[in-house]
Design a protein around this ligand. Structure first.
Ligand SMILES: Cc1cc2nc3c(=O)[nH]c(=O)nc-3n(C[C@H](O)[C@H](O)[C@H](O)COP(=O)(O)OP(=O)(O)OC[C@H]3O[C@@H](n4cnc5c(N)ncnc54)[C@H](O)[C@@H]3O)c2cc1C
Length: 451
């Protein structure tokens, strides 16, 4: 008999899991709390008809499973994404640099550019980068030993220079996981390096050619419905019913009003949303109690529309010594209809700014941006959107990365998916896709065992 699976959470993890399960012949129902699919990677239209994104999203060329998923739903990566072979780094207190990011596609720009531009990072700084590359060659398992150490501690141990720490490692860590170098697990950082080192030909930065809703989530939703799944948005999981005597989940309560039942249950929610829903008898068990202890990081996304073009490139740019470590002008490739620049930026670390008002955050973003993009000083902001997310990522604090849970739980019919569960790509779109696939694989395996 076909087995029924209830999946709560319509982000990349839950939808990928659903896709693998409908392909394997399961009956799948998806329940999502927001009115639209996509979760933290979602985009939605505001009252003016403009696309708003939950946050600026960069696509690493090494995201192999996400690219495969796109292909499987007929959304070809070359149509969905555009690629940049450069990384821009800026320091409002000093020089800028543009480094090539791919020695295969742009060998001269990458190698000569790196060796030639010595203002941002001097030759001594560049030589101190060598220890940075070495652990990247280890396998991911071998890197776990670095989870007890911060990036700052690891860098000091390597004898790395302050310039690299302040001008490269700090903005990178702030931008990619919203966390400072002295709270950032070296395992997480070296993991990113590992992925790039092992797949150098794909070491490119990608951006989306439009709204992710149109490019990814709507097509994925259509694929699922076409293959027999049902999707309900705007419904929240409020309780998980659990029977201790059988050690099985017996139902999901939605919106405190109705119970749904299935053979298998998947929570594809962020860990911090799942933790308060853990049934009381399970809360003190080792597996589930660790989930409640996972630290979280907030993020603030600021999107600014200007009356004229204020940035000359659509590259992702990292800013050193800045509360706004990353931005991109999306007016050329992502949302080409807008007249002037349309900048998407992230304020990070965001803890101390969560209580600030929109106007103050827009002013903070403008100040930080105009320090590196002087045209902003004379331009007018015609529209702004600020999104505050008090919890938006499992913080890659030392120890946290190795205590993430597996997708199979000690309850045989309850499974987890999400970028915060065990997989090699930490908190990222690729990590979410991989967790969704791993969750479906765990379900298929448990089905085999129960035959
Ligand atoms: C500001 C920001 C910038 C980012 N930038 C990048 C980037 O540049 N590159 C990159 O690769 N990744 C980036 N990420 C990470 C990426 O967005 C996430 O890793 C990925 O989207 C997580 O997918 P998920 O399915 O695991 O979780 P989510 O997308 O969070 O999906 C979980 C879903 O569960 C729903 N939900 C929660 N509670 C309930 C409930 N009780 N009932 C029903 N539904 C519920 C939520 O609404 C959500 O839709 C960024 C994230 C943020 C926040």
């Amino acid at each position: 008999m076909t087995r029924q699976v209830a999946i709560v959470g319509g982000g990349l993890a839950g939808l990928t899991c659903a896709k693998s399960l409908v392909d394997a012949g399961y009956r799948v129902s998806i329940y999502e709390g927001l009115p639209f699919l996509g979760g933290r990677a979602s985009t939605y239209r505001d009252q003016d008809g403009d696309w708003i994104e939950q946050g600026l999203h960069l696509f690493l060329g090494t995201y192999s499973e996400f690219k495969k998923l796109m292909q499987e739903i007929g959304q070809f990566p070359e149509e969905v994404l555009f690629w940049m072979s450069e990384v821009r780094l800026q320091d409002p207190e000093g020089p800028d640099a543009v480094y090539g990011s791919n020695p295969f596609i742009a060998p001269i720009k990458t190698i000569l550019g790196f060796l030639g531009q010595n203002d941002y990072l001097g030759l001594g700084d560049k030589l101190s980068l060598l220890p940075l590359a070495a652990p990247g060659l280890k396998g991911m398992k071998g890197l776990e030993e670095y989870d007890q150490m911060t990036v700052h501690e690891w860098w000091a141990r390597c004898g790395g220079t302050q310039a690299v720490l302040k001008r490269f490692l700090q903005p990178f860590c702030r931008a990619i996981q919203f966390t400072e170098v002295d709270e950032f697990s070296a395992y997480n950082f070296l993991g990113w390096l590992h992925h790039v080192t092992y797949d150098l030909p794909h070491s490119l930065l990608g951006g989306y050619r439009g709204a992710r809703d149109e490019l990814i989530f709507a097509p994925l939703g259509r694929y699922l419905i076409h293959h027999g799944a049902t999707i309900q948005t705007g419904v929240k999981l409020t309780r998980i019913d659990y029977d201790p005597s059988s050690n099985l989940v017996t139902g999901f309560h939605l919106d405190n009003t109705r119970q749904i039942q299935a053979d298998l249950y998947v929570c594809a929610l962020p860990g911090w949303n799942f933790a308060p829903l853990i049934p009381p008898p399970l809360q003190s068990t080792e597996f589930f109690s660790r989930i409640a202890k996972l630290p979280t990081a907030p993020a603030i996304s600021v999107q600014l529309w200007f009356d004229r073009r204020v940035v000359d490139t659509d590259d992702f740019t990292l800013i050193a010594h800045s509360q706004l470590p990353v931005y991109q002008d999306q007016a050329t490739n992502a949302y080409p209809t807008s007249g002037g620049s349309r900048i998407s930026a992230t304020i990070s670390p965001a803890e101390q700014y969560l209580s600030w008002g929109d106007e103050e955050l827009v002013a903070l973003a403008r100040d930080n941006l105009s320090a590196v993009e002087p045209k902003i000083k004379t331009a007018r902001i015609v529209k702004s959107v600020v999104l505050r997310h008090p919890q938006h990522l499992v913080k890659p604090a030392p120890g946290a990365m190795t205590s993430r849970p597996t997708q199979a739980t000690p309850v045989p019919n309850l499974f987890l998916a999400g970028d915060w569960t065990q997989q090699d790509y930490f908190g990222s779109q690729e990590g979410a896709v991989r967790s969704g696939r791993a969750c479906a694989a765990a379900i298929l395996q448990s089905n085999e065992l129960n035959r």
